[in-house]
Design a protein around this ligand. Structure first.
Ligand SMILES: Cc1ncc(C[n+]2csc(CCOP(=O)(O)OP(=O)(O)O)c2C)c(N)n1
Length: 561
């Protein structure tokens, strides 16, 4: 039945109705008294998927967004439910993933801790907003009609689009009350106007440089812009490289695609960057794991045209790169449109070896992953085949293999690198029936969110899992080799100061998954069989001696992991 203005509507139904208009149709959550009404409303109108730990909810929403290109919502109850969700919320927030997190709050007469300046007055009464405001872009405390409409006004101003990480605390008693329904209309939004001088300045810089390079990062937020980027780099013959977070804009077909850059990506992108004299950075954060610790040593001869729509990012970049930074405070899409009109007299002198470089001495785990990705891409091609990787050595190997293949669509918890990410994210992504998803995880990461494997059954037709079992925390052992004379504490299998033995195979099979075990001499036949059978999971036993090859570190530089 259509809603009309005279009707009364339950607040939780109203909230879900409005979110649905914003394209939010999938909810991940864990039950609890203070959120039960919102959960029931979501299940009535949309797709509700119970996760088994609230942390995984945000990771599912992260994977879902990159697969469906639509925001999802995470529902948690007050207190421990919210507290568990913190890492998932931060995973979305730091990667600029549009998403909504709703947590219930105890009723007004129990929510008095702040009034008395005590830790707790009610039951499971936690100051969610004080915590959540640090890991979300916008916060709403909804406990009355006025506060509900404040949120709806925000939605109208944003043209019914979720563009950032929104955190809502809703009071339980209010969520189940009834209020008068009002139809919400769209509001006209003023579009950002580009500065006229921009085109002139760009021409000046481009006509006076010899070796420009384009960097695309995760803040480049228009999925549809992939074509513009390719057109742009082809037209101007500018090499283009990507941060890990810019992976979804990479195109194998673009001749000027020189792959991923950053400390864990040996390859031509880093080499070209070191020699270049002009960087055009679109939506890239230029964080430590990308540019190193000593900022003056990153592309020392280059001016940096830094395009970002967040003013605070400019302040940070200016602090790091001082006068060689040219700030352009606009979104990347509008910037590129301006750029298309530019008149170029200059011929650039970049010395690019466009043939893929396949070094013979590439680390064995990387070679295995190259073969695996090639086989995986036979299923649907790299546009519809998504790879989700976790943290640690397995993550670096994933990107190194993707770099050799110049392969797009590799996703991870780019900015906070949280372990236990790729299983829930892979499940969230595989809810999209049009995609095939490969999740890769280390044996350490596996234990951080293995409870979510119960949901594997929902998506088993289009999700495959690879566990790279190198018996403990490989990447941290590497740090211990470099800085602690190989004194392994909490990183290898063993009792004293270390991790007691566990069997990855038994863990996976206890969730009813079909497993194939292989070691590092895995052959093409086994890989083919894995992708073309009902086997869910491949356990790859990797000798702990294999390390991550990283670019030569300058003195005093450190790895971030
Ligand atoms: C939640 C969380 N805790 C700790 C870390 C620090 N950390 C980064 S990688 C890593 C070890 C990963 O081990 P595993 O998943 O087995 O992968 P491997 O390095 O062996 O490939 C740790 C402890 C982290 N990134 N996230």
């Amino acid at each position: 039945m259509a809603l009309s203005s005279k009707m009364k509507i339950k607040v939780s139904d109203y909230l879900i109705e409005v979110l649905k208009k914003c394209g939010v149709k999938t909810y991940f959550g864990v039950q609890g008294g203070a959120i039960a009404h919102v959960i029931e409303s979501s299940a009535k109108k949309c797709n509700y998927i119970p996760v088994l730990n609230e942390q995984a909810g945000g990771m599912c929403a992260h994977g879902y967004y990159f697969s469906k290109e639509k925001p999802a919502c995470v529902l948690t109850t007050t207190g421990p439910g919210f507290l568990n969700s913190v890492t998932g919320m931060a995973t979305c927030f730091y990667d600029n993933v549009p998403s909504v997190f709703i947590t219930g709050q105890v009723s007004k007469n129990l929510n008095l801790a702040k009034k008395f300046k005590v830790k707790m007055y009610g039951f499971q009464e936690v100051q969610h907003i004080d915590i959540g405001k640090n890991i979300s872009d916008t916060v709403f405390k909804i406990n009355s009609e006025d506060s509900l409409f404040k949120f709806f006004e925000y939605i109208r101003i944003h043209n019914f689009k979720i563009t950032e990480t929104i955190f809502i605390e809703i009071q339980d008693a209010f969520s189940r009350s009834f209020i008068k329904y009002k139809k919400l209309n769209r509001k006209n939004v003023i579009k950002y106007q580009n500065k006229k001088k921009l085109k002139h300045n760009l021409e000046k810089y481009l006509n006076n440089c010899a070796k420009p390079i384009l960097i695309i990062g995760s803040g480049f937020s228009e999925f549809k812009s992939k074509k513009i980027i390719n057109k742009f780099s082809n037209k101007f013959k500018i090499p283009i490289c990507f941060s890990w977070g810019g992976s979804r804009y990479m195109s194998k077909k673009n001749l000027f695609n020189v792959g991923y850059f950053g400390q864990h990506n040996p390859g031509i992108a880093n080499k070209l960057l070191q020699e270049c004299d002009l960087i055009i950075g679109l939506g890239v954060s230029l964080l430590q794991h990308q540019v190193g610790k000593i900022k003056s040593k990153f592309c020392p001869k280059a001016k940096i045209i830094y395009v970002n729509d967040k003013y605070s990012n400019h302040k940070k970049a200016f602090y790091d790169f001082k006068s060689r930074l040219i700030s352009v405070n606009t979104d990347s899409g509008s910037f590129l449109k301006k750029f298309e009109k530019i008149k170029l007299r200059n011929k650039f002198k970049n010395n690019i070896n466009f043939k893929p470089i396949f070094k013979k001495n590439t680390s064995l785990p990387v070679n295995i992953l190259v073969n695996i990705f090639r086989e995986f891409d036979k299923l649907k091609g790299s546009t519809n085949n998504l790879i989700f990787s976790d943290a640690g050595a397995s993550l670096s190997w994933t990107f190194q293999a993707a770099n050799i293949l110049k392969r797009p669509n590799v996703f991870t918890s780019y900015n906070i690198h949280t372990m236990g990410y790729s299983i829930p994210a892979g499940i969230g992504a595989a809810l999209n029936k049009n995609k095939k998803v490969l999740a890769i995880i280390g044996d350490g990461g596996l234990l951080m969110n293995s409870q979510e494997l119960v949901n594997f059954v929902r998506v088993k037709k289009n999700l495959k899992l690879i566990v790279m079992d190198n018996k403990g925390y490989g990447i941290i052992r590497q740090t211990q080799d470099d800085f602690f004379k190989s004194n392994y504490i909490g990183t290898k299998i063993g009792l004293k100061n270390n991790i007691p033995y566990y069997s990855t195979e038994k863990i996976l099979s206890s969730f009813g998954l079909k497993i194939k075990k292989a070691n590092q001499s895995i052959n093409a036949h086994t890989i083919k069989k894995f992708f073309n059978s009902d086997i869910n999971c491949l356990i790859l036993n990797i000798d702990p001696k294999y390390k991550v090859e990283n670019i030569k570190l300058q003195k005093n530089q450190v790895l971030p992991f």
